[in-house]
Design a protein around this ligand. Structure first.
Ligand code: CO
Length: 242
């Protein structure tokens, strides 16, 4: 029989450390949760929600799956969104993708991966929708970066399109949907600047976010295209828009 002794010991020390700083921390938290944020992210072990935004237990409601997909028939994800919006009344929902996402990479590979390909089909649909835009990058890692970004934007739109978010906005509930992407190699979140706070804003925010990727495409045709990182490219895009 194998026991996870080390992890249980780590847990004990962690709880002790927090209780030392705030003796009432767990007792207060056990009474209720009132997070302002719902994080929808990838299951990837390198993208831990709370740590990335330096938040304590109780501050972030979290849903994670392979490649941070929001599929309207996924009762798990829909239930999380419903509870977060209708009961917890979170003020922000962020869809958080990450560069170098294995699920996104697998979605555009030709060899089969078994059952998961049914799930990854959703990303392949994003790829098909933006095939022209993505074609300039050929099969470089930059194409993967852009597909990871486009996937976030599409999933953020999917959040906006849920009956739950539509209803909340119809009731004038304060709620904004955001699109972020995290860099595994520098620990920084890149804000894709999709921020929709009501139903009317969604199309404009979508078009604006896509137009920024179109600028990235123009930059990719420039002379130093091979050396450009996602961060340096986005810095250039922001300087154009600001
Ligand atoms: Co991933």
């Amino acid at each position: 029989m194998k026991k996870l002794t080390e992890l249980l010991e780590s847990n004990r020390q962690w709880a002790e450390k927090i209780s030392k700083e705030d003796p009432m921390f767990f007792e207060t938290l056990a009474q209720q949760q009132a997070p302002e944020y719902l994080w929808i992210g990838c299951s990837d072990s390198r993208v831990p929600a709370n740590e990335i935004v330096d938040m304590l237990p109780g501050e972030l409601f979290v849903h994670r799956n392979v490649s941070n997909l929001v599929v309207h028939t996924d009762m798990n994800c829909m239930s999380v969104i419903q509870y977060a919006v209708e009961v917890l009344k979170v003020k922000h929902i962020m869809v958080v993708g990450h560069y170098g996402c294995g699920g996104v990479k697998a979605a555009i590979e030709t060899e089969p991966h078994g059952m998961i390909d049914n799930w990854l089909r959703n990303i392949r649909n994003v790829y098909k929708k933006h095939r022209d835009l993505l074609s300039v990058w050929d099969h470089s890692h930059q194409q993967l970066d852009r597909l990871c970004e486009l996937n976030v934007i599409e999933q953020a739109c999917n959040v906006c399109d849920t009956t739950i978010v539509q209803q909340a906005w119809a009731n004038e509930q304060e709620l904004t949907v955001h699109g972020w992407i995290y860099g595994l190699d520098d620990g920084l979140v890149n804000d894709l600047e999709f921020n929709a706070s009501d139903a009317e804003e969604v199309d404009d925010q979508y078009r604006l976010a896509i137009s920024k990727i179109e600028i990235l495409r123009k930059l990719a045709q420039g002379p130093e295209k091979e050396t450009q990182t996602a961060r340096s490219l986005w810095d250039k895009v922001r300087s154009i828009f600001n």
